[in-house]
Write a protein that binds this ligand. Structure first.
Ligand code: 6PG
Length: 508
């Protein structure tokens, strides 16, 4: 039991990279924290770092060696933040808190990337023990430290208590320019601007939205990586030359955090000469949120091919040994070196291909959230979600402002591509996009995400698709019936394919 009688505002469990930085962020914003981790070193580390960064004599983080001690440090009703890995660790902590005497009006906030259905089940499971609230955090360690994007959902009562804290620690956007307000130093706080957090909806909605954020993140990353690949392997440009191109692109509509960090990674050298990127093994890891997004799109029957392709691209990359073997057996096309002017044109095409593919990836993500909203009876505010993502999170980009504007213009917008601004962008830039897909394909460089986005665009904009033949095939082998364009909707037909006269029967 704590001997010094100092009471804290918030209990914090889990001091990994994200947890530690969130604690320091909370402390900077004036909250006193009771911190716990299974590893005592991590507890001491965050206390020491806070003391070092906070020059005043006042202690802001207090270590606890048990959940009982943590609860005793807090004034009821307790407010506890969890930053533990998604899955069973969340339940283990919840059960231990029950053992330590947590009360029904206490609030526990899960900030991890939990699967949204687990969050819904947990809220129900623990409702007689405490209020489980969820708020996924995006922004990596720097975001957590100096302002993440936060996607809270669950009990509206709990949100009234959490809101001022979340608004204080979240990233902020300048209301006029829509641009992030920089906060980079310990001790610094930002009190003006629009906070990158807003109540998303009931239990699970916030985690669903964060999952889709990650799905879009996968697509965004893969699109940039494909552009890199085309420039590196197709044009034989050096990482520095590619960084120069990306830096240029980052001044226009592609201006984004992911483009910015790609430039830094491309420029990084080992021993001042070898580009690190040339030494990084080309096998991508994944924790599962992109896969969950793709799975959800398949379950709901809404297309998100660019997101799914980004997940597949990671899977294909992991077959390194097989790819090395295949490289000995399977050949690609012969290619010619491009002249400087052809190369410049190629780069301009590629720019537009990335831009249009990015629009499609976001269109897929937002349409998926729209379908999920209908399915689960949520009331998502898409303009607000786009605004939350303008700063702090991994997909932050200038691009998010026109998305927010599009949903402000039309709250019921079914697909981003139909918004007047984005339709104009796609219509104007599509020829370069097409050329880029053709050029990369002729070079034998895989651009699955970029080309899947183009197919998505073409499929969504065509009033007639070949599903007529598909329905014919289904009817042929399985008597699955079909509708006719020249008959009233809903009327079903079947052809007796095996009979001599191929009679057509009206089913209803
Ligand atoms: C964020 C990121 C983060 C992400 C992990 C890695 O918003 O801060 O999306 O939550 O999950 O950094 O994810 P993968 O291992 O799946 O790439």
């Amino acid at each position: 039991m704590a001997q010094d009688k100092v009471m804290c505002d918030i209990g914090f469990i889990g001091l990994g990279v994200m947890g530690k930085n969130l604690v320091l962020n909370l402390a900077d914003n004036g909250y006193r924290i009771a911190a716990f981790d299974l590893n005592d070193e991590k507890v001491n580390d965050v206390i020491e770092q806070d003391k070092y960064e906070n020059n005043s004599a006042e202690q802001r983080v207090y270590g606890c060696s048990s959940f009982t001690e943590l609860l005793a440090r807090l004034t009821p009703p307790h407010l506890i933040v969890l930053s533990v890995p998604a899955g069973s660790p969340v339940d283990q902590v919840c059960e231990s808190l029950i053992g330590a005497g947590i009360q029904p009006d206490d609030i526990v906030i899960d900030t991890g990337n939990s699967l949204w259905v687990d969050t819904v089940a947990r809220e129900e499971k623990y409702k007689n023990n405490f209020i489980l609230f969820s708020s996924a955090v995006s922004g990596g360690e720097v975001g957590a430290r100096f302002g993440p994007a936060l996607m809270p959902s669950g009990s509206p009562y709990a949100w009234t208590r959490i809101k001022p804290i979340w608004e204080a620690i979240a990233a902020k956007v300048d209301e006029k320019s829509g641009k992030p307000i920089e906060r980079t130093k310990p001790g610094e706080i930002v009190t003006q601007g629009e906070p990158c957090t807003a109540y998303i909806g009931p239990a699970g909605a916030g985690h669903y939205v964060k999952m889709v954020h990650n799905g879009i993140e996968y697509a965004d990353m893969q699109i940039i990586c494909e552009a890199y690949h085309v420039l590196r392997a197709g044009l034989s440009l050096s990482p520095d030359q590619i960084a120069d191109i990306f830096e240029q692109w980052n001044k226009g509509p592609l201006d984004s955090y992911l483009m910015e960090i790609s430039v830094e990674v491309l420029r990084h050298k080992i021993d001042d000469k070898t580009p690190l990127v040339d030494l990084i093994l080309d096998k991508a890891g994944q924790k599962g949120t992109g896969l969950w997004t793709a799975m959800s799109s398949l379950e709901l029957g809404t297309p998100a091919p660019t997101i799914a392709q980004a997940v597949y691209a990671r899977s294909i990359s992991s077959f390194k040994t097989l790819r090395v073997e295949a490289a000995q057996v399977l050949s690609g096309p012969e290619t010619n070196k491009l002249s400087q002017s052809e190369q410049d044109e190629f780069v301009a095409h590629l720019h537009d291909a990335i831009y249009c593919s990015k629009i499609c990836a976001y269109a897929q993500g937002f349409q998926l959230m729209k379908l999920a909203e209908k399915q689960h009876g949520w009331q998502l505010n898409f303009a607000s979600i786009a605004k939350i993502w303008r700063a702090g999170c991994i997909i932050r980009a200038v691009f998010l402002q026109p998305i927010a504007d599009a949903f402000e213009r039309n709250e019921t917008l079914e697909n981003l591509m139909l918004d007047e601004y984005f339709a104009k962008q796609l219509n104007e830039h599509q020829m370069n996009w097409r050329k880029s897909v053709a050029e990369a394909t002729l070079m034998g460089i895989p651009i699955g995400a970029i080309s899947s986005a183009l197919s998505y665009f073409d499929s969504m904009r065509l009033a007639v698709l070949p599903a007529n033949l598909l329905q014919g095939q289904r009817d042929y082998f399985g008597a699955h019936t079909f509708e006719r364009t020249d008959m009233s909707a809903g009327k079903k037909f079947h052809v007796e394919w095996s009979s001599d006269d191929k009679e057509m029967i009206s089913i209803n």
